[in-house]
Design a protein around this ligand. Structure first.
Ligand code: TIU
Length: 224
């Protein structure tokens, strides 16, 4: 039994082999100039601080041979999986599917839709593509986790209040024990990140737990 000192109380990992690190949407489309996030008018540099903590967690999970799942938000080139509401939404200079400096915006397989090089998936790590904000919406994630016997999920990625929070809530309702990594997630809006961390762990952990990456790394025997 491994105990991580997070909030609101200790998060218990009965068997780390049955846990997964989920890295949500660490894509060029959200992190780099000319991508989807930038076209929506966001300050993309606000997301950078999450990269190092996620990289350290990836390193440890790889060393311990624990499950790693990367998610990618993107759509088929013909946009058949993109609801018209999502296509219309926002005041982006470039809409989903439009050609941009890194290829078509938020389209699977385009250079800009890929995961940033610092966090590139390695062989054997699952890459889950998803058309929505939540990783359980129109994907095989729940079936995959159940087949693998995974229940505790250690959640990282961007953006905190959009894809990360949606996924964490979806997972919580499905009975997964979720731990959100405080320094392994970022938002374009710092106040939104702060609020999500608070609302997740309020009411005795109504949605789950939060902890700093160094506490998780230490609990798993990774040191500093
Ligand atoms: N716009 C925004 O904050 N996020 C997204 O559109 N997708 C994810 O959070 N991945």
């Amino acid at each position: 039994m491994i105990k991580i000192p997070p909030q609101p109380c200790d998060y218990e990992l009965p068997d780390p082999k049955k846990s997964a690190l989920i890295v949500i949407d660490m894509q060029r489309d959200f992190m780099e100039r000319g991508g989807f996030g930038d076209s929506l008018g966001n300050d993309i540099d606000a997301l950078r601080p999450a990269v190092k903590p996620i990289s350290r967690l990836l390193e440890l999970f790889r060393k311990l041979e624990l499950m790693i799942i990367h998610t990618v938000e993107g759509h088929a080139p013909d946009l058949s999986d993109c609801p018209p509401s999502k296509l219309r939404r926002g005041e982006a200079t470039l809409k989903i599917g439009d050609p941009g400096p890194m290829g078509r915006i938020l389209i699977l397989g385009e250079p800009g839709n890929g995961i940033i090089p610092e966090l590139a998936p390695r062989a054997g790590e699952k890459i889950l593509t998803k058309p929505g904000k939540g990783a359980f919406c129109r994907t095989e994630l729940e079936l995959f986790l159940r087949e693998m016997g995974i229940t505790p999920l250690i959640i990282t990625g961007v953006t905190t209040e959009v894809c990360v929070q949606t996924t964490m809530r979806e997972a919580n309702d499905r009975g997964f024990e979720c731990l959100l990594v405080e320094d392994g997630t970022e938002s374009y809006f710092p106040a939104f990140k702060h609020s999500v961390l608070q609302m997740v762990r309020a009411q005795g952990g109504i949605v789950g737990w939060t902890a700093m990456s160094h506490n998780i790394i230490q609990a798993l025997g990774g040191g500093q």
